[in-house]
Design a protein around this ligand. Structure first.
Ligand SMILES: NC(=O)c1ccc[n+]([C@@H]2O[C@H](COP(=O)([O-])OP(=O)(O)OC[C@H]3O[C@@H](n4cnc5c(N)ncnc54)[C@H](O)[C@@H]3O)[C@@H](O)[C@H]2O)c1
Length: 313
């Protein structure tokens, strides 16, 4: 029996890199998983991913319930007929997702939430053909799904608040940290950020400024280490010293007008935006001084660096 809150039976549509990752996360938390994937090799793909996940969970010292049972089926209907929760991870093609979700929705018990792993398609479009779009939301995970905690939950225009709540509850029950995106938008939050970096990376190589290895070094030896525990806002707050985010924005805001980047569309840093960012940054710092934040950053960096050193020998 899975622990409380963990769905007893999960229906998965698609068993590639991401569907296999969901299978591993749910199975290792005790859910029985019924999976539909039309590819003949899907069983092996999923088995390989689940094997890797077992090793990873062991490495994390996780105490887990008895593993759930995996069943592969040959139609989307069979995958969802007895499910308590459904996650679709079919290829990123709108019509394909619409088709498989519409079929599955018609066969899925009333009220059961159905989510899509899409990397950036709008939920209102994906659910357009579903008989019950109110039970649909995006649940966008990150690879490997069994290890990374983030899942972006995005509602479409017909999604009910109960659907979002249930998706959040399910993801939390299997150890994830859902981030509910306030408004439906292509690419959601994390992939928009990743894409901005990716565009710059491609330009740097295109212009002969850096090789792919140099671009990767520039991330993994510097900002990337911080990003394991601290996003751009808290990082830059410290860049503003005791003056915090407001000082940082005043000092470096104008440089956004310099032609450093290929991404030239800069929001107007007017007083209203500066106030919003500075206030939210103060709330995020929760009374911690710049010194305290720097010490927290250093402790976390030491932890990451030591873990990497242990791993690399
Ligand atoms: N790869 C990533 O890093 C990543 C990260 C987050 C989200 N996603 C999203 O997850 C989804 C799946 O991506 P992936 O990387 O696992 O792709 P993938 O190609 O590894 O797997 C897709 C699987 O879907 C199967 N499939 C094909 N038609 C199907 C159908 N009609 N019904 C059910 N399954 C079908 C394929 O046989 C394949 O096994 C996409 O929407 C993608 O955008 C991918």
């Amino acid at each position: 029996m899975p622990e409380s809150g963990v769905p007893a039976r999960v229906g998965l549509l698609g068993g590639g890199v991401i569907g296999g990752g969901w299978a591993a996360r749910f199975l290792l938390h005790g859910s029985d998983v019924t999976l539909y994937d039309p590819a003949p090799g899907a069983q092996n793909t999923v088995a390989d991913i689940v094997r890797n996940a077992r090793v990873a969970f062991e490495g994390m010292g996780a105490t887990l319930p008895a593993e759930g049972r995996l069943t592969l089926v040959s139609t989307p209907e069979e995958a969802v007929r007895e499910a308590d929760f459904v996650q679709e991870s079919a290829p990123e093609r709108l019509e394909l997702k619409q088709g498989v979700l519409a079929r599955a929705c018609a066969a899925c018990p009333a009220g059961v939430v159905m989510a899509s792993s899409t990397s950036g398609l709008m939920p209102s479009r994906i659910s357009a053909e579903m008989p019950n779009p109110e039970r649909f939301a995006v649940g966008h995970p990150f690879n490997p799904v069994y290890l990374l905690p983030l899942v972006e939950v995005v509602a479409g225009e017909h999604t009910t608040p109960e659907t979002v709540e249930r998706a959040v509850e399910v993801y939390r029950s299997v150890g994830m940290q859902p981030l509910v995106v306030r408004r439906e938008i292509d690419g959601f939050i994390a992939d928009r950020l990743q894409e901005a970096l990716w565009r710059e990376a491609l330009w740097l190589v295109h212009d002969g400024i850096a090789t792919v290895e140099e671009v990767d070094d520039a991330i993994r030896l510097g900002p990337g280490l911080r990003w394991a525990f601290m996003g751009p806002f808290l990082t830059y707050r410290m860049g503003g010293g005791e003056g915090g985010m407001r000082h940082f924005l005043e000092q470096f805001g104008p440089s956004l007008q310099w032609p450093w980047t290929k991404l030239m569309d800069v929001p107007d840093l007017n007083d209203e935006l500066i106030d919003t960012i500075a206030e939210q940054s103060d709330a995020q710092a929760a009374g911690r001084s710049s010194q305290e934040l720097q010490q927290m950053r250093d402790r976390h960096l030491v932890a990451v660096l030591l873990a990497l050193r242990n791993e690399e020998g």
